[in-house]
Design a protein around this ligand. Structure first.
Ligand code: DP6
Length: 369
């Protein structure tokens, strides 16, 4: 795989101080990524809707280190990236190991990170302990800030190259983060039917989306705001010895081919069927791994049953999907917004922790602030 293209070519050392702020979104997968090999290579291709309201805003202040010769030698020996991390205004050392690991994985591609002291300030638009995964938006925001610095060091970079490398870097931090740079739909993972797709970075869905999927709605029902019982990394690893792994990876790739057709021809009934089947298959993989686990809660199932009831009774195209957690993403076309929002407020919200849910819709990707 051609990773050499991502090694920074800059030899300009003139940026002493810089600060960049990016807002990057979360995303929700329709065909799920579950299973990977090193270094962060997905076992199957996945596709997601980029979200609009659920996002992270991150500022990184870069300050060039003033190294005396002695100091410089020491830095080169230590090869440690120097950064402080603040989350919602407070120093957050608990998040540092994950970010330090990210910097280790990208150092080969962004050697300039050793030259700067970085101060990272981050905040999410959604509550921290909401069970909404923040790694996709969090790591894509850091990747975009790094690319802003890199484009000052190397002004020849095109906007396209910047996004591609940002997605490549974000992937090394968290696979799904590769799908949080652009929108409205992003494919990550090499797939024969998706032109330009790659295991190394996400690409915008390259074909014309049918109008029924424009401004698609996603209401996130917060069933369980607790910390995840099982981290995604542990879950992905359980696919290594999983009895159904190979057929799952084949199925996911087949489903992505089908999803690509559906997104172009607007067959919304087929969309509903495929999206729900993907969500339940993801959870079936968790239930059939060893160790096995169940991330759905009783209220997750209550909500699913209510959605099915509503769909039958109202000839609706509402459907659900799930992440690696108990929360439910309710997906519906814009023309059903008024009725479905009413249903959420009156019926589904009682199954949410503290009646908490978030209205979101499909968004367009990262924004420089
Ligand atoms: C269930 O991207 O969180 O949300 O690469 O280990 O950071 P790491 O995993 P992560 O996995 C996301 C899994 C998922 C499905 C998906 O988003 O495709």
């Amino acid at each position: 795989m051609d990773t050499a293209q991502f090694i920074s070519k800059s030899n300009n050392n003139s940026v002493e101080k810089a600060s960049f702020t990016w807002q990057t979104p979360s995303n929700i997968a329709l065909v799920k990524y579950w299973g990977k090999s090193n270094p962060q290579i997905p076992k199957n291709a996945s596709i997601s809707f980029t979200l609009n309201n659920c996002h992270t805003i991150t500022t990184i202040d870069f300050e060039k280190k003033r190294n005396s010769d002695e100091n410089l030698k020491q830095v080169q020996i230590d090869k440690k990236v120097d950064f402080d991390l603040f989350f919602e205004g407070k120093q957050k050392d608990a998040f540092k190991p994950k970010i330090a690991e990210f910097f280790t994985r990208i150092q080969e591609y962004c050697p300039y990170i050793f030259d700067y002291k970085m101060t990272i300030n981050s905040e999410n638009s959604f509550p921290h302990s909401s069970g909404i995964a923040s790694s996709a938006s969090g790591l894509s925001a850091i990747a975009m800030c790094l690319m802003s610095l890199e484009s000052e060091l190397n002004p020849d970079l095109s906007a396209e190259e910047i996004n591609k490398k940002a997605s490549f870097l974000a992937r090394l931090g968290s696979g799904s983060a590769s799908r949080s740079i652009e929108g409205p739909m992003v494919v990550w993972g090499n797939h024969p039917e998706i032109a330009g797709s790659s295991d190394l970075y996400g690409v915008q869905f390259p074909y014309k989306l049918h109008s029924v999927f424009e401004n698609y709605q996603d209401a996130i029902l917060l069933v369980d705001k607790g910390e995840k019982q099982v981290s995604s990394t542990v879950g992905h690893n359980l696919m290594h010895e999983h009895p159904y792994a190979e057929s799952r990876f084949t199925q996911a790739n087949d489903n992505l081919g089908k999803m690509s057709e559906i997104l172009q021809n607007g067959d919304i009934k087929a969309f509903v069927n495929l999206v729900e089947s993907e969500a339940l298959t993801l959870h079936a993989m968790m239930m059939t791994s060893n160790p096995y686990f169940i991330l759905m809660k009783p209220n997750t199932l209550e909500i699913i049953n209510k959605i099915w009831e509503y769909r039958n009774e109202n000839d609706s195209n509402i459907c659900f999907t799930l992440d690696a957690g108990a929360n439910v993403h309710v997906l519906y076309p814009e023309n059903e917004k008024e009725k479905v929002n009413h249903f959420i407020e009156n019926v589904l919200s009682i199954y949410c922790q503290k009646n908490h849910y978030i209205y979101d819709s499909v968004g367009l990707g990262a924004n420089k602030m």
